[in-house]
Design a protein around this ligand. Sequence first.
Ligand code: ATP
Ligand code: BTN
Length: 327
Amino acid sequence: MLARDLLQALADGEPVSGAALARHAGVTRAAVWKQIEALRLKGVPVDAKVGGGYRLPWPIQLLDAPRVRQRLPAAASSALGMLEVHWELDSTSSELARRNPVLDDLAFVLAETQSAGRGRRGRAWLSPPGMNLYLSVLKRFDAGFASLSGLSLAVGVMLIRALDDLGIRTAGLKWPNDVLAGNAKLAGILVELSGEYSGPCAAVIGVGLNIRLPDSVHERAGQPVTDIAELTGGSPPDRNRVAASVVAALTEGLLAFERHGFAAFVDEYASHDLLLGKPLRILDPRGEYEAVGEGVDGRGALRVRRADGTAITVDSAEVSVRRSGVA
Ligand code: ATP
Ligand code: BTN
């Protein structure tokens, strides 16, 4: 029995006995138990009741490529290079990077779980199966890296549009790559570039969006994290619907970015900028300092002002920003 089949058998949230699961899959109860343990190790909180079988604490929907495609607007659907759903990958972004040479533009890869999900600067992205969204898209550009400034901020705006499409209007953007709700991280964006500095190049854009986090992620993330379930009073939309909103927003947004660059997103970024006017701590490897956020410039760099009045533009990938007094 595969872990995916087991999760599918438990998907409606009703209890199912080990014997029924074993019968259904044609395996022993010991084989079922082994897969239950494997799911638990990956962060799925499978409950076991004495004599009551196994159950998930809430119903889930597994991702299904045709269902995601069905929900896409026609323009996005025809622009899409590919849409694949995998059970497990090391990282959806690593998968696209490996296959980059043979893939069409706007190829999307989604995975139910990642064994080595990555954040910025080698940090881990916790990726339990069946609950969140882990996806990456390959976008090719002709004009070189210089034309891509502001791309990760623009992707943040695209995610805000996707959330808006799902009726969620309480999220904001923290420079350079986080989507937060309240003080907690709802989604992360990882943009990785390859190709020529001033010629054809490609971006692999990875998005992790939390739909329903198990307690283990809250405990292990090391910072406040949140999910769509929390923002929708415990009833998140179907995961395939969430995936379709994100795929549509990224497809349409990346085509707009290709034509107009960050200029097409700068005003919307400003209206969701959580750092604007806020006291910040800038963690620069060359020295930390306090400043106040003054928005972003036309290239997507963060503008801040120190207490002595000095204006600074922050655009290094090595810099982290913390809101003062916020974890
Ligand atoms: P920075 O401001 O430097 O980007 P960051 O703390 O947001 O800082 P990232 O590298 O952007 O760091 O994101 C990785 C971090 O995100 C991890 O170190 C962890 O704290 C957190 N994290 C990991 N998995 C998840 C998840 N599923 N949901 C939310 N946050 C997560
Ligand atoms: C961050 O906040 O640092 C970025 C997190 C990006 C996580 C996503 S999940 C899908 C894709 N695959 C990865 O390994 N990382 C990105």
